[in-house]
Design a protein around this ligand. Structure first.
Ligand code: ARG
Ligand code: ZN
Length: 487
């Protein structure tokens, strides 16, 4: 493979760059708000262990009423250490995931999300724990209850053939998806649980270490940067990646297979990695250059790039979508144009660095990334954002986006066109109302104040009002919450 030698040399260069990077850990991720719903389907553990008398089971959901089983209550993950060994020929995965977390209540048991796969062993702080499975809930009972506020480590050993989630009418295939030569791993909204045990909801962010073992000759791509050279022995290569900035579970990836790589730095000095399946070899240069140029440009518009590297990955699995995986957007079976590249890289600020606490606020990701496409076209002199807005506003009054209020994304139709397009129109209407100077100041203040954290629609409205000195309730109400076309 032609690109391989150069790829190896550039990987070594990136490793040496990373060795010089400061090793300080980011602050622990925020504690999610307390669970407010307790779905009935969870196994009911019986409390027999001695320990804090107030210890009870952690909730089987994190408290997002629209997705009551997603995530879990009672603890906050700070770090995932994921070691997986995948054999494309048999589609079998063997994994050991070690989770570092802090209890937010005294716990007699707690849940993880895991879909399919056989669990072999669970330990908590090194001691064997009992566990039960029901649906996607893995309930772990440590030998002794965990104290409120205490840190703990849970290690899960598991194996099997991962099954992606299939939702043909709506979300398509997502999670750990086998491909001809490996796997394409894109998990929004809740497919992380198809390949590692997780608190699988964006309200809990954590840092990640990955060690992905594949047959020698294949490449494994995860988030962040390489932590050492890929090491080969016994016909297998282990690729180690580290994402030291907090990340939500749906952005974690382990896309693997045959890839051609191109690495370097953007003009602005950000490390860039482009990877393409050999079927998309002719896209490699374009993905590299466009990703570098877009990342640098967004840093001038949205504020400093939040992560330590950028790039893009094209695989030959026809997912029908792209996903903004942190540091490495994935394009499922197509050569991305500059518009979708602008979209996925805008998500690095909106969605990845700033994450939603509840799925209903998804327009804070998709509306912003769609507006970024309009800003990109404006930057390139193709079409002004104003013209794009007008073009959309001309949709007839009966068009479905006017019936779907984008400020409340629906669990049965999360990625509705309204969340994208009417979400973007909301931002343009706001820009018109408060003027360019305040609008772009708002975007940069927003990304700075909530870097690596969580955001809600209310917080955005409040910041817009604070910076503009205007009452904006009726504007946001008409654009985000009414089932009709705003005037
Ligand atoms: N966030 C992605 C994008 O708009 C869309 C992901 C859709 N997920 C899915 N399973 N279809 O860039
Ligand atoms: Zn998007």
């Amino acid at each position: 493979m032609r690109a391989e030698r150069r790829g190896v040399a550039l990987l070594a260069a990136l490793v040496s760059v990373l060795a010089c990077a400061p090793a300080d850990q980011p602050p622990p991720s925020q504690v999610p708000s307390a669970a407010t719903s307790t779905p009935a389907s969870a196994p009911a553990p019986t409390a027999t262990s001695p320990g804090p008398s107030d210890a009870g089971p952690g909730a089987p959901g994190i408290g997002d009423a629209d997705f009551p089983h997603d995530g879990n209550g009672g603890y906050d993950v700070t770090h995932y250490d994921i070691a997986v060994d995948y054999t494309p020929k048999t589609k079998r995965l063997e994994g050991v995931t070690t989770i570092t977390a802090a209890a937010t209540q005294a716990l007699s048991s707690f849940n993880l999300d895991l879909s399919g796969l056989d669990v072999r062993e669970v330990t908590v702080d090194g001691a064997a724990a009992t566990f039960t499975r029901q649906g996607s809930e893995l309930t772990v009972r440590p030998p002794r209850p965990l104290a409120d506020g205490g840190g703990f480590t849970v290690r899960v050993s598991y194996a099997g053939v991962p099954k992606p989630i299939q939702d043909p009418d709506n979300l398509g295939s997502y999670g750990f998806i086998p491909t001809g030569d490996g796997a394409f791993v894109t998990a929004e909204p809740n497919g992380a649980k198809t390949w590692f045990p997780a608190n699988d909801h964006p309200a809990d962010k954590a840092t990640f270490d990955f060690a992905i073992t594949v047959p020698a000759g294949l490449t494994a791509l995860a988030n962040g940067e390489l932590a050492g050279r890929p090491a080969t022995s016994g016909g297998k290569t282990t690729w180690r990646w580290r994402e030291r900035r907090p990340m939500v579970t749906y952005l974690a990836t382990a896309t693997l297979g045959e890839f051609e790589l191109r690495q370097g730095r953007s003009a602005g000095g950000i490390p860039v990695l482009a990877a393409v399946d050999p079927a998309f070899e002719s896209s490699l240069e374009g993905v590299y250059k466009t990703s570098a140029e877009v990342t640098d440009y967004w840093a001038t518009v949205f504020g400093p790039y939040p992560f330590d590297s950028t790039g893009g990955v094209v695989d030959d699995f026809a997912a029908g979508y792209a996903l903004e995986n942190q540091t490495k957007p994935m394009y499922g079976g197509f050569d991305p144009d500059d518009g979708i590249t602008a979209h996925e890289l805008a998500h690095q600020w909106f969605g990845d660095s700033l994450s939603i606490r509840r799925w209903k606020d998804l327009w804070l990701n998709e509306g912003f990334a769609t507006y970024a496409e309009w800003l990109w076209a404006e930057h390139k002199g193709k079409e002004t954002a104003e013209a794009a807005f007008e073009r959309q506003h001309r949709r007839p009054a009966g068009d479905s986006i006017w019936k779907y209020p984008p400020g409340r994304a629906r669990p049965d139709d999360l990625f509705n066109q309204s969340v994208y397009t009417r979400g973007a129109m909301t931002l343009h209407a706001l820009r018109e109302e408060i003027g360019d100077r305040t609008f772009f100041d708002l975007l940069r203040t927003w990304t700075a104040e909530h870097r690596y954290g969580h955001v809600t629609t209310d917080q955005f409205v409040q910041l817009a009002e604070r910076l503009s000195g205007k009452s904006l309730d009726s504007l946001f109400d008409a654009w985000l919450f009414q089932p009709r076309r705003p005037a």
